[in-house]
Design a protein around this ligand. Structure first.
Ligand code: F6P
Length: 371
């Protein structure tokens, strides 16, 4: 019998995003060229423990998935391997589960496990690493809120989707002289709202990072009307705080889960309609942002991440996470990346450029272009 080839395992954890399959394909191809076999564990970390579930990954079997949304391996952000229940609140994984996962990795002869995930899934990867499992991390999230990397793949695709929605809302808003509110994802960070708001010609952008109030939002609508513009596009991140500081969510915090955000768009719409007596409509983009074909940028970034993750395994650099520090793909300790969320700088260049153009953020600085 020929000697068994060294094996690399891959899994995708947390909420899905466009580009996951591009990582799987890239890692499989790069690993194959170095003489590794690849296994894909199914349904995130669940595939590592009883009943263990995995599938062989080959260059042939992953052909054609570069442009497919979602993940062929499946994913989950709930259950036994949920590492987050709320911001800054991390939960330890049951040591027995960690031991089971370690046993699976040993029995299958996996010499490196590539864990693709957001902050929650990478926090689990860190725990596996501390338990002696040879782990390498790959950051993903449409929210772009992971520290130590300029971009995560999935973000550009989500922004493209939200921008397309704004383009469409623009024409109908203008035709009917209406105010349109678009609610986009962004739990801790307003990156999607900010970038789509700029790219899609939004007039007001409400973010978790900038405190806002209804007076300033309404004033922007009135200012536009005074300039003869009888419609307004408002973009709001689901994680933006209401003026009283509250978050809008479904009320429940399921077992070992984060609250399900959503609903702020409708609250903004109702209040603006009440105060100004104008017609306002709301669109919640929701999971449309997470599905579908990845953009060329996301495919390229995901491919580089997948290939670099294999390189880290090959060089034995476990406990590290691949990251993008333009123009280079590098790596940092996973522990460092999960400690630092990346949020919008209220004084950063994108916000400044938006303000310079007259885009409002619902605060007092709306009236001073280079605040
Ligand atoms: O973290 C990515 C994200 O898309 C958040 O923006 C959003 O709050 C969350 O996932 C939604 O998760 P679920 O699919 O579990 O509702």
């Amino acid at each position: 019998m020929p000697p068994r080839k060294p094996t690399i395992g891959i899994l995708t954890g947390g909420g899905d995003c466009p580009g996951l399959n591009a990582v799987i394909r890239a890692a499989t191809k790069a690993a194959g060229r170095l003489g590794y076999e690849c296994l894909g564990f199914l349904r995130g970390y669940e595939g590592l423990v009883e009943p263990v579930a995995y599938m062989p990954l080959t260059a042939q079997g992953t052909a054609g998935i570069l442009l497919q949304g979602g993940t062929i391996l499946g994913s989950t952000n709930k259950g036994r391997f949920s590492a987050l229940v709320g911001e800054n609140e991390r939960v330890s994984i049951d040591p027995e589960l960690l031991a089971n996962a370690a046993a699976t990795v040993r029995q299958l002869g996996v010499s490196g496990l590539i864990c693709v995930g957001g902050d929650g899934s990478l926090a689990i990867a860190q725990q596996l690493h501390e338990h002696g499992i040879p782990v390498v991390g790959v950051p993903k999230t449409i929210d772009n809120d992971l520290g130590c990397t300029a971009f995560t793949f999935g973000f550009d695709s989500a922004v493209a989707c939200a921008t397309d929605a704004l383009d469409r809302l623009h024409t109908t808003a203008a035709s009917h002289e209406r105010i349109m509110v678009l609610e986009v994802m962004g739990r801790h960070a307003g990156w999607i709202a900010l970038h789509a708001g700029i790219a899609g010609g939004g007039d007001v952008i409400l973010l978790p990072e900038i405190a806002w109030d209804f007076e300033h939002v309404c004033q922007k609508v009135l200012d536009r009307e005074a300039e003869g513009k009888r419609f307004t596009l408002i973009v709001v991140a689901e994680g933006a705080h209401l003026p009283d500081g509250g978050l809008v969510h479904d009320g429940g915090q399921g077992e070992r889960r984060q609250v399900k955000l959503g609903g702020i768009g409708e609250i903004v719409a109702r209040e603006v309609a009440r105060r100004l007596d104008r017609e306002v409509r709301t669109v919640v983009l929701g999971h449309l942002q997470r599905g579908g074909v990845p953009t060329a940028f996301d495919r390229t970034l995901a491919t580089q991440f997948g290939a670099h993750a294999v390189r880290l395994v090959h060089e034995g650099r476990f406990g590290e996470m691949v990251c993008y520090r333009p123009p280079r793909i590098e790596s940092v300790p996973i522990a460092e990346a999960i400690q630092n969320l990346s949020t919008v700088d209220p004084h950063g260049s994108a916000v400044q450029a938006a303000r310079a153009l007259g885009i409002g953020f619902g605060d007092a600085a709306d009236s001073s272009p280079f605040a």
